[in-house]
Design a protein around this ligand. Structure first.
Ligand SMILES: *Cc1c(COP(=O)(O)O)cnc(C)c1O
Length: 481
């Protein structure tokens, strides 16, 4: 993908691929959408795909595959042990990262389990630039503590900082100086999922790694969103402008002891694993793979997915491929800004993030603005996003609500899946909703699971606002869906 200047003067993210397999989508009328979200307990996780037009819930395991990936899946070597498919994947990782060893795992969180079981015990501290839900769950389950050290700019919603995922190096150095004996590794998440796919700079990655190594602490990279981060280093970091993607990747991996990833994002397939330079570290973790995942040459993955991942990793070294997500997200974010819709800036990877606190400031945080906005965006356009606010938090042990630091609605853009007119449609419906934002009200729980309530919890509107929204839509759009 590349930004192409149109005669009108506008820069348009032009697709450098053609679509050769399609999946039919339905856009059900607003009446059905209003019904469907009520049936789903106003929780977008509980909607059925038949009622969804644009599924912007996540970028995980739903990225489009290339013809070369599909072709590779046909030649996968299905043997329990010694599979040639495994050798091809290991060789590709070695070529890209320079790592000699690879431990396969069924997805990213399984790699996190192996790392946590190996390195974390009660009292262990794991410094991170920012946490991810599954990472934190594995570390705290074993009695470890996650120390978040992202620079202050990282959590500002509106910013022009190009690298909001950067470590605060002073705080990192300070923590390591005091506590390095309790710290087996620092975890660098490139890019950072929960603050909006925001990247770290190459300089910050290298400096953080040097600080860790100075104190004899290992460096671990969560490379699940590395492809977006590579794009941002190449396009936003002056000193990296003349480096190739392969050179940037090598510079990063040379500073890492361990690189793990979710293959549901990196490599455009499904699976995951851990790439390691050092044999001792590899042996330390190896026995956990047959115990939890599967034999060492597949680790719970289908060999077809492993072949697709091998080709996907190669395609990650192609700027035309990895720029698609960030350029679409930039386009969507900038179009929304032009229409005064509050969003997270600068645009990152993964998706476009609406700021529910400013979108519907009249909905108080105890009535879940991000969750309400998710329901409203679905009613307005059949678009499914993911609540990233208070509903995604857990209650305190005394039962009181833990209010989230930010109330965001994430609209993920799975890579190479949507066309520009679909993105323009989303911008249009969100703009309409913004102009009718006063109609949107809050939600309250009717069924609230005690853990991970955002997955299965059911809510209801505090007033009949979804019905008012439906009526306004019908009035403004006439017969249109
Ligand atoms: C998705 C993700 C994970 C977890 O990977 P799964 O394959 O979903 O288990 C870990 N870290 C980051 C940064 C992610 O985005």
């Amino acid at each position: 993908m590349s930004e192409i200047r149109f005669h009108s003067g506008e820069d348009i993210p032009l697709e450098l691929h053609k679509v050769r397999i399609v999946q039919k989508l339905d856009l059900v009328p607003v009446e059905r959408r209003t019904e469907a979200i009520a049936e789903a307990g106003y929780n977008t996780f509980l909607l059925y795909n038949k009622d969804i037009f644009l599924d912007m819930l996540t970028d995980s395991g739903v990225n489009a595959m290339s013809d070369k990936q599909l072709a590779a899946m046909m030649v996968a070597d299905d043997s329990y042990a010694g599979s040639a498919t495994f050798t091809r994947l290991t060789d590709k990782l070695k070529e890209i990262f320079g790592t000699d060893y690879f431990l396969p795992a069924h997805q990213g969180r399984a790699a996190e389990n192996i790392l946590a079981v190996t390195f974390v015990k009660p009292g262990t501290i794991i410094p991170v630039n920012y946490h991810f839900t599954t990472t934190k769950a594995h570390i705290t389950r074993l009695g470890g503590i996650v120390e978040e050290l992202v620079a202050d700019e990282g959590v500002k919603i509106e910013s022009d900082c190009p690298f909001k995922g950067n470590f605060d190096l002073e705080r990192l150095e300070d923590l390591l100086a005091r506590e390095h004996e309790r710290i087996p590794f620092i975890r660098i998440e490139a890019g950072t999922n929960l603050i909006g796919g925001q990247p770290l700079s190459l300089e910050n990655i290298e400096k953080s790694a040097d600080i860790a190594h100075k104190y004899g602490v290992l460096t671990v990279m969560d490379a699940s969103l590395l492809q977006d981060n590579l794009y941002f280093i190449k396009t936003r970091e002056e000193s990296a402008k003349n480096l190739s993607l392969r050179e940037i990747t090598k510079r990063i991996s040379n500073k890492m002891d361990i690189i793990y990833f979710s293959g549901r994002k990196l490599g455009f397939a499904r699976g995951g694993g851990i790439a390691i330079h050092d044999k001792k570290l590899y042996l330390k973790m190896r026995e956990l793979v047959p115990m939890f995942e599967g034999f060492l040459t597949y680790g719970g993955m289908s060999v077809r997915e492993m072949e697709a991942m091998t080709v996907g990793l190669e395609e990650t070294m192609d700027m035309d491929v990895i720029s698609q997500g960030p350029l679409f997200i930039k386009y969507m974010t900038e179009e929304l800004i032009k229409r005064n819709v509050p969003v997270v800036t600068p645009p990152g990877g993964l998706g476009c993030h609406l700021d529910a606190s400013r979108f519907i400031p009249h909905v108080k945080q105890e009535e879940y603005p991000a969750g309400s906005l998710a329901a409203a965006v679905y009613i307005a356009g059949g678009i499914r996003g993911m609540e990233r606010g208070t509903i995604s938090e857990q209650r305190e042990t005394d039962g009181s609500e833990h209010l989230a630091a930010v109330e965001l609605l994430r609209l993920a853009l799975p890579r190479r899946v949507f066309t520009l007119s679909q993105v323009m449609y989303a911008v249009d419906r969100i703009t309409w909703l913004y102009e009718n934002r006063n109609l949107i009200g809050g939600l309250r729980f009717v069924e609230e699971p005690s853990s991970l309530r955002f997955f299965f919890g059911r809510l209801e509107p505090v007033s009949p606002w979804p019905e008012e929204l439906r009526k306004a839509f019908r009035k403004d759009f006439g017969d249109s869906l």
